[in-house]
Design a binder for this molecule. Structure first.
Ligand code: PLP
Length: 430
């Protein structure tokens, strides 16, 4: 009864193992990787080297806004690369100016600085805040418990999770964490050195927790009163994922005073380039010229190629009304996950999120017999079972599994995803 299934053809198995072997020998092992080796994708599907198809509900961690191998992105890449890939920021070029114009149109009057990643976009916000408070000797930035802001030295100091800091002490000075969605706690934490507060509109790595409208409006009033900068990390929750360009716009929809809310700075990356690396931060008008000539720079920031791709992605998202798709399909997915959670309370605690940024929470590992024995977290084991079943998702902490799919995910694909998730939940329930 041992060998019921034939083993995979040797060539296929070898490619999987050969690629992994290259990594084991030559790549710094700083990532915990899943046992999957991918070769190509199309839309919301991605294929491993053995030809198995996966429905990608992780979107490369909220990056592949238009899915894989999008023809219009390819076209934009090819066309721009035939004209100008890079000139450096010693000169002007049209794509960077146009992209900055578009981002400011979507947030509010202000200006944009381009970087290459989310962590680097946040670094720019830290420097902006320090410049803002410098003459008064203010430098301290408050951030939230369970936040995530990137893996640079200042990024791990800003991040409100101990696991990213361990082994890299001493931390960059000038960051302190306060409980999320707790306005009195933020107010109580104010010191004479405080200059800004940075939060995610929806905490991503922290388990998919949206800021409340009261928190956002309260922080705005408090920051105005105390002369603090209100900075939002929109790296994961931004770029129409919530159903609006930035998640604070969605959270404050229909809330009295909500349409007048504007933060002082917003960082972006992930979906901004749809897989091509680009980050940015927007800064509100009165502070837009704080970082003057010579104060901040990066070689690759806002290349013609990166900006041409980002412009094309914005164009496609708006033309195809993908924000509306994120809103309606996200609402459907969330309702379905809540239905599954209600049907299987012995496995799922519930589901939450906004638009196509959704998390469902598993019970503690010890309470799910099929998961209790393993060393791995419940979320990790669930994600592995979904891989077996042909769906990609992203763990967030020990008990939450995240969906961050392409904004052009279809209803049929969403239905396929829910059916598979429900099947895996059902297996764990029996
Ligand atoms: C991913 C992420 C970052 C870091 O972005 P990188 O491009 O990995 O540097 C920062 N903030 C949030 C909220 C993120 O999700």
């Amino acid at each position: 009864m041992k060998e019921i299934l034939p083993s995979p053809p040797p060539l296929v198995r070898n490619q999987h193992e050969a690629v992994k072997e290259l990594f084991h020998t030559h790549v710094v092992p700083s990532y915990g990787r899943f046992d999957l080796v991918f070769s190509h994708g199309a839309g919301s599907f991605v294929y491993d080297v053995a030809g198995k198809r996966y429905l990608d509900l992780g979107g490369g961690i909220a990056v592949c806004a238009l899915g894989h191998a999008n023809a219009e992105i390819t076209q934009a890449l090819v066309a721009q690369s035939q004209k100008l890939v890079h000139v450096s920021n010693l000169y002007y070029h049209e794509p960077q100016g146009r992209l900055a114009q578009q981002l400011a149109r979507l947030i509010g009057p202000g200006k944009v600085f381009f970087s290459n990643s989310g962590a680097e976009a946040n670094e720019g916000l830290y420097k902006l805040a320090r410049k803002f408070g410098h003459e008064e000797g203010r430098f301290e930035i408050l951030t939230a418990v369970n936040s995530f802001h990137g893996r640079t030295l200042a990024g791990i100091a800003a991040t409100g999770q101990d696991k990213v800091k361990k082994g890299f002490e001493p931390m960059v000075a000038g960051f302190r964490h306060v409980p999320f969605n707790d306005l009195p706690a933020a107010c109580a934490a104010l010191s004479p050195a405080t200059v800004a507060i940075l939060i995610e509109g929806i905490q991503g790595e922290g388990g998919i927790t949206p800021a409340t409208p009261e928190y956002l409006l309260g922080l705005r009033a408090w920051c105005d009163e105390k002369k603090l900068l209100l900075l939002l990390d929109g790296v994961q929750c931004g770029h129409f994922r919530s159903g609006r360009f930035q998640s604070f716009q969605r959270i404050l929809e229909g809330v009295p005073g909500g349409d007048r809310f504007v933060p002082d700075g917003v960082s972006m990356a992930k979906s901004l380039g749809g897989g091509f690396p680009i980050g940015a931060f927007w800064v509100r008008e009165p502070f837009a010229d704080l970082l003057g000539a010579g104060t901040h720079a990066t070689t690759f920031g806002g290349t013609p190629l990166a900006c041409a791709v980002a412009l094309k992605i914005l164009e496609v998202i708006e033309r195809e009304r993908l924000a509306d798709n994120a809103r309606s399909l996200g609402a459907w997915l969330l309702a379905e996950l809540q239905r599954v959670a209600n049907a299987y309370p012995q496995v799922l605690k519930g589901a939450r999120g906004l638009g196509l940024m959704i998390g469902f929470e598993l019970l503690e590992k010890e309470k799910i017999p099929a998961l209790a024995a393993s060393e791995k977290s419940a979320a990790l084991q669930f994600v592995n079972r979904l891989h077996e079943a042909g769906v990609l998702t992203i763990p967030s902490g020990n008990q939450v599994v995240r969906l961050l799919p392409a904004l052009n995910l279809t209803r049929m694909q969403a239905e396929e995803g829910i059916a598979i998730i429900e099947r895996v939940v059902k297996e764990l329930a029996t």
